[in-house]
Design a protein around this ligand. Sequence first.
Ligand SMILES: [Fe+2]
Ligand SMILES: [Fe+2]
Length: 252
Amino acid sequence: MVNDASLTMPYLEPFLNVNMNEALPRIKDPQVHADAIAFIKQESQHYRQHRKYNALLKNQGYPELVAVEHAMDTSFKKLADKSLAFRLAYTVGFETLTLGATEWVVGNRREMFNEADLRVASLILWHLVEETEHKTAAFDVYRDVCGGYFQRVYGLLYASFHMVYWSRQGYIAMLKKDGLWNNIRSRTRLWRRSARALMAFGKHIALGMMPGHDPRHVKDPTWVSDWMERYDAGGDGVPLLNTVTLVDMKAT
Ligand SMILES: [Fe+2]
Ligand SMILES: [Fe+2]
């Protein structure tokens, strides 16, 4: 599931950046403008790193993911023809989903990353920390440039179904390749994990649908705030995380 989420990033995040970039000249508030530029810079780093990781996945056993990527590419290219207001609402919607993803992954990090390669765990967790860091950027741009409650809710629901669809195609291909797609134990595990993910995502989708919703009212997970504090405290390079004890180690 996490690998599949990674697979979508080099298609999804450039789409978000195009939308935010197009909105830049229309933003009235200078702080919102500055935050939008910072958002674009962070997302650019995310999809570049995910692209490298996805190349490893494809080259080390899952070449069938190339076909999934092509289909995903076509889907996002179609969305590019929609109005800026819709695409910004989608962007806000996706950013709402990242709060659910953070709650799900960070909350289950010990189980999910138990004995995982620290570099992979760190890639995913670093990305989610930055999603928390810029959680208000797209929302503020939408409010400044277009606003509109119903469009925002439509964007959120559209992004949710769109991402659920694409978040399944890759792992189905990978599980089929591993001969596990029709394995009852594997499928049960998948359902259990999907149910947990659904709870975290569902909570944030429901919050995002509230008329007075503002992501700055959503409390950051303590683990994420701790990560940011440690990072801000300095040191060389990006810290790798020991996901169990939260010990930072210098990247090698
Ligand atoms: Fe991102
Ligand atoms: Fe983001």
